[in-house]
Design a protein around this ligand. Structure first.
Ligand SMILES: [Zn+2]
Length: 308
């Protein structure tokens, strides 16, 4: 059994982009309920996410952008930064907790207190570019955690694996010129955000797939296209942009993954870490909007991370 941390914070429930917005607080409640119903909670080490500092986030973003987002929060009501992405008076707290979760996860894993971690946070992050909010995202939580591992802890090579149905354009934007960070992703294409099909550098292994792609094709791509370059890169820590909107039941996208595919890919990532001589995995929630399939998929992902 691995020691797996579950990092979250009540503030992440308070970010509210308005009634009927799919990126809603109930997503986290569904995950918590399912963990308890599945009896997984008793095996996890629970931690409250700290507030990230501006310095933490400015490792991945333009500092002025971070300050502008913080200043943009409304005192009342909701302020839209783009048609999909809106702030309420609690958004900054939630966004700082979300980035802080990834940073704490890196610290705990590198101190050896835990083997891996799942950060149950919102707002998500992988669409947030160096200087631009986008697609429900303000700060790129995984990117800030990656830069913390590289710049503060001195790691030299890491990987970001992204299996969200959408391309992580923000993560690509932040690391396209940084060969220390190999990004491996699979995403529906053509589809929002309409990027990712042209890999800008050898350390960007983005694999676009058409609507309707199911688990068998997904597993073939992971085996043939992701794992060989990832093994060559020998990451000292593996980050997961864990979106579950490629699930068959999630009508945000049109891919056909199911729980067993998420368990399988998680097992492959664990095996990759072991081949690289460690067990360091930091997984951070991105998308996933059908509450039932999101919660079941996260439960399978965590069960596999924890070897339960
Ligand atoms: Zn997504």
């Amino acid at each position: 059994m691995s020691t797996t941390a579950f990092i979250s914070h009540r503030d992440c429930w308070l970010h509210d982009m308005g009634a009927h917005h799919p990126e809603c607080p109930d997503r986290l409640s569904a995950i918590n309920d399912r963990l308890i119903a599945a009896g997984l909670d008793m095996f996890l080490s629970f931690h409250d996410a700290p507030l990230a500092t501006v310095d933490n986030i400015a490792r991945a973003h333009v500092r002025e952008y971070v300050e502008e987002v913080i200043a943009a929060a409304p005192e009342h009501g909701i302020r839209h930064l783009d048609p999909d992405t809106a702030m309420c008076p609690h958004t900054v707290k939630a966004a700082l907790r979300s980035a802080g979760a990834g940073i704490l996860a890196v610290d705990l894993v590198l101190k050896g207190e835990i083997e891996n971690a799942f950060c149950a946070i919102r707002p998500p992050g992988h669409h947030a570019e160096r200087g631009k909010p986008m697609g429900f995202c303000f700060f790129n939580n995984v990117a800030a955690a990656v830069r913390h591992a590289l710049d503060v802890h001195g790691l030299e090579r890491v990987a970001v694996i992204d299996f969200d149905v959408h391309h992580g354009n923000g993560t690509e934007d932040i690391f396209r010129d940084d060969p220390r960070v190999m990004m491996a992703s699979i995403f529906q294409h053509p589809f929002y955000p309409y990027s990712g099909a042209d890999n800008p550098a050898p350390h960007m292994v983005n694999v676009p797939v058409p609507a309707g792609t199911r688990g068998d094709a997904f597993r073939e791509i992971v085996t043939e296209k992701w794992l060989p370059p990832l093994r060559g890169h020998q990451p000292q820590m593996i980050f997961i942009s864990a979106g579950f909107d490629a699930h068959y039941e999630d009508d945000m996208g049109s891919l056909g993954l199911v729980e067993s595919d998420y368990a399988w890919v998680t097992q492959q990532i664990k095996a990759l870490a072991a081949e690289c001589g460690h067990q360091r995995i930091v997984s951070v929630l991105e998308g996933g909007y059908s509450l039932s399939s999101l919660a079941r998929s996260v439960a399978m992902h965590i069960k596999t991370l924890a070897d339960l």
